[in-house]
Design a protein around this ligand. Structure first.
Ligand code: BES
Ligand code: MN
Ligand code: MN
Length: 489
């Protein structure tokens, strides 16, 4: 047994050691912070200029007219990776647009972070609603306006610049691999094969992605799930040719009328989806889970004001955060047929078309839902028309763990850079490849997004706040540092 003096001496020594350790650690942290901040502030303007150069390339993956621009953009991403410090970077051709792969390996025993992002963008139309050219980036009131500014060039480029910061200050703690694709906005249909064929090359400990949103700079957050997607095209066929709507109107079923009724019947009066079996695999959130999700700061009045709508809409019994985060949906993305030109033309069209997509939540499967939808649409079509349903691309929902080392590292990184713990949220969008990272490579993902919900992604006047761009570059090095430290145990 120790006498009380001895015990006292040991306790005070332990305390002193702990204090010293703490001072040492925070000194190290501050030291890193200092060199990173210095490097960032000395190179700020150049970082932004380089992003603007990338945004000038119209890398629209959906439109074959831009094929050479997409290729040019891949080349530019590769050059940027080499410039930032990658040991190697290469263009990997696919059956579609190329994938850019690059790596910086510092030490075989250090953890490896696989950064995923995409350099392709959505089409810019409708062009007349843009206040400046979509591929002619401008900075107004601290925001970068351009197609791809947020989704995903601006966010992907933060990782490239974070590599430069760490590399040029000699502070890299993890190996880094980059896989930046050019087909995310068209469903990543060639990327699965690339994962299958490059399992060794893509070996890593975690996938890190910045292609999602956070609540705000005041309320940093991390998305811990994404919805899946089943995307369908339907064609409703009426008479074998366009008809005079007076001569035949009232006697022959108009396929546009029929299609509208079929679509309208897909939601009931409580805005639930009426397709049989659609909800069969959807799990109810527990009261605790619902409360946690709804505890995130959210101002419904602000939300409505921002969108200029008098009321929100959605499934009865669920909040707006639940409707976008944990509930599946069905939406018409486009509908056409008949005459839509100037003036009037009295026509009873021969055909009507629509693109319809469903957002899916955990346990729903995109192929199953596509089949369920197809069967339903064929069943509800009146005998007076024919219907053809074609599934497009799909993607599976994902939930990312919040008790992993990687999540903790991301959480600490945000806490260090923002001074606040991040709030876990659920994202409404989809990134189909994330489920395949787990399925094919056995890798979990951390979604460290720095976009805002009102960044107008996929819309005219897409923007990304310059402050978010810099904040991302400031935050990401901490992720690598903490991930390396925490991986050691
Ligand atoms: N980056 C988005 C997805 C996203 C945005 C997730 C915001 C969470 C918050 C991605 O580029 C995207 O637009 N994905 C498509 C799916 C794809 C198959 C076309 C989507 O969600 O519609
Ligand atoms: Mn994206
Ligand atoms: Mn997108």
């Amino acid at each position: 047994m120790l006498c009380s003096e001895e015990a006292c001496a040991i306790a005070s020594k332990t305390l002193r050691l702990q204090a010293l350790n703490y001072i040492h650690l925070s000194f190290k942290k501050n030291l890193h912070m200092q060199v990173w901040n210095d490097y960032l502030s000395q190179n700020k303007q150049r970082f932004l200029d380089e992003l603007l150069d990338l945004l000038r390339i119209p890398s629209v993956s959906a439109d074959s007219k831009y094929k050479t621009d997409v290729a040019r953009c891949a080349e530019s991403v590769k050059e940027n990776l080499l410039k930032a410090g990658c040991d190697m970077a290469e263009i990997c051709p696919t059956n579609g647009h190329p994938i850019v792969y690059g790596e910086k390996i510092i030490d075989a025993s250090a953890p490896t972070v696989l950064v995923y992002g995409h350099y392709d963008v959505q089409p810019a139309d409708p062009l007349d609603l843009w206040h400046s050219g979509p591929f002619d980036p401008v900075i107004k009131e601290g925001k970068i306006y351009a197609r791809g500014a947020c989704d995903d060039k601006g966010q992907m480029f933060m990782h490239v610049k974070a590599l430069e910061v760490m590399n040029n200050t000699g502070t890299l703690a993890c190996n880094l691999k980059f896989m930046i694709e050019g087909e995310e906005e068209v469903g990543s249909s060639n990327l699965g094969k690339f994962l299958e064929g490059n399992k060794d090359k893509l070996k890593a400990d975690i996938v890190l992605v910045s292609d999602t949103s956070m609540i705000s700079m005041e309320h940093p957050s991390i998305e811990t799930g994404l919805r899946g997607l089943a995307y369908m095209e339907v064609e409703v066929i009426g008479p074998n040719r366009d008809l005079h709507s007076g001569v035949y109107g009232g006697a022959v079923h108009n396929p546009i009328n029929a299609l509208c009724k079929m679509i309208a019947s897909c939601h009931d009066e409580k805005n639930h989806i009426t397709i049989p079996e659609f909800y069969d695999k959807v799990q109810q959130q527990t009261e605790e889970e619902r409360n946690a999700l709804n505890a995130a700061p959210f101002d419904l009045e602000e939300y409505k004001k921002d969108l200029d709508v008098n009321e929100v809409w959605g499934e009865e019994g669920y909040t707006t955060l639940e409707r976008t985060g944990t509930r599946p949906t069905l939406d018409v993305n486009g509908i056409w047929g008949g005459y839509t030109g100037e003036g009037a033309k009295t026509v009873l069209p021969s055909k009507a078309f629509a693109k319809i997509s469903m957002r899916l939540v955990p346990h729903q499967n995109s192929d199953e839902i596509a089949a369920i939808f197809q069967k339903h649409f064929e069943t509800i079509a009146p005998k007076s028309v024919k219907v053809k349903v074609t599934p497009h691309h799909g993607g599976e929902p994902v939930v990312t763990p919040t008790d992993s080392v990687a999540y903790k590292a991301a959480s600490e990184a945000i806490k260090t850079a923002f001074g606040k713990d991040p709030i876990p949220t659920r994202g409404g969008g989809s990134i189909p490849i994330i489920a395949l990272f787990e399925k094919v490579l056995g890798l979990k993902t951390v979604l460290m997004g720095f976009g805002l919900d009102n960044d107008n992604i996929h819309s005219p006047n897409e923007k990304y706040d310059v402050a978010n761009f810099y904040k991302g570059i400031e935050t990401l090095p901490y992720f690598h540092k903490y991930f390396a430290e925490m991986s050691k145990g």
